[in-house]
Design a protein around this ligand. Structure first.
Ligand code: SF4
Length: 268
């Protein structure tokens, strides 16, 4: 009697990619991390701002320079001052801005509840004020309605992926924004992938081609150890900003050149 056919499960494309990379280009992850930390340094994690400020700043940086996001944040602080302890304000590695002076966080209740048109004018120096003002108010409203106030400190007690899922319920907050906030505020093991990280990683060959339709965030979570994520994020961003530019990347002074598939498609 013929045995009933068992359906073969489709292999997970992300696990398959990580396995293949390990087999065909052994040690590539460690090579990239070591070369970059020799070229820049090995960054050590340090909290920058309180989590609500970090989230608002990350929204302000969307499609804008970090220095413009800082200007907009300072305008928020000036327009809606709050009494409170000065925030931690170290610019920290990986942040492209110049750093913020001492001062309290803005009064988030006022920021949430002022008329939209007013908020748009306040954050105009940051660029794309309409979308960002709407995004900031929607995020603050969501947090207050769910939690009773605007604090996000509770996320630091949650497992990393649960905390990311909580944040991505907020309209306009995707995996990248949520991962930035959780990595920088709490050191949770998540890997934010912005355009610099993605460009360098695809060129070197850490990530599959875009046509593979795999989310780079998920590939990195499967590829890196938790203790490698902060370093990988910070140094890949530095490298994308300073050497591996979108136009005219500086291959000749690049520490990854020997194993980069962009300059040698057969590189191991
Ligand atoms: S060798 Fe060139 S393309 Fe490759 S990572 Fe370096 S700068 Fe980028």
């Amino acid at each position: 009697m013929a045995r009933p056919r068992t359906k073969r499960r489709k292999p997970d494309p992300i696990k398959a990619w990580v396995k293949r990379l390990d087999r065909t280009r052994p040690g590539l992850v460690i090579y990239v991390l070591d070369q970059l930390s020799g070229f820049y340094d090995r960054p050590t994690w340090e909290r920058r701002w309180d989590p609500t400020s970090e989230l608002v700043l990350t929204i302000l940086t969307q499609n804008s320079a970090d220095t413009n996001a800082e200007r907009a944040y300072l305008e928020l602080r000036k327009a809606y001052p709050a009494d409170g302890l000065p925030q931690v304000h170290s610019p920290g590695p990986g942040w492209g801005g110049t750093g913020l002076p001492d001062g309290a966080t803005p009064d988030w209740l006022q920021v949430e509840q002022v008329p939209l048109e007013e908020l748009i004018e306040v954050i105009r120096p940051g660029g794309l004020p309409v979308a960002k003002a709407k995004g900031i108010q929607a995020a603050l409203r969501f947090i207050r309605e769910q939690r009773g106030d605007h604090s996000l400190e509770f996320l630091g007690e949650m497992p990393a992926l649960d905390a990311r899922d909580w944040l991505t319920q907020i309209p306009g907050v995707g995996k990248k924004t949520a991962s930035v906030m959780l990595l920088f505020c709490f050191g949770l093991p998540l890997m934010p992938v912005d355009r610099h990280v993605e460009r360098v990683s695809r060129r070197v060959g850490l990530l599959p081609k875009e046509t593979a339709h795999t989310d780079p965030h998920d590939v990195f979570l499967a590829m890196l150890r938790p203790d490698q994520m902060y370093e990988a994020h910070v140094n890949l961003i530095r490298h994308g900003r300073r050497v591996c530019h979108a136009q005219r990347p500086e291959h000749e002074r690049c520490p990854l050149r020997d194993r980069c598939r962009f300059v040698n498609p057969k590189a191991i």
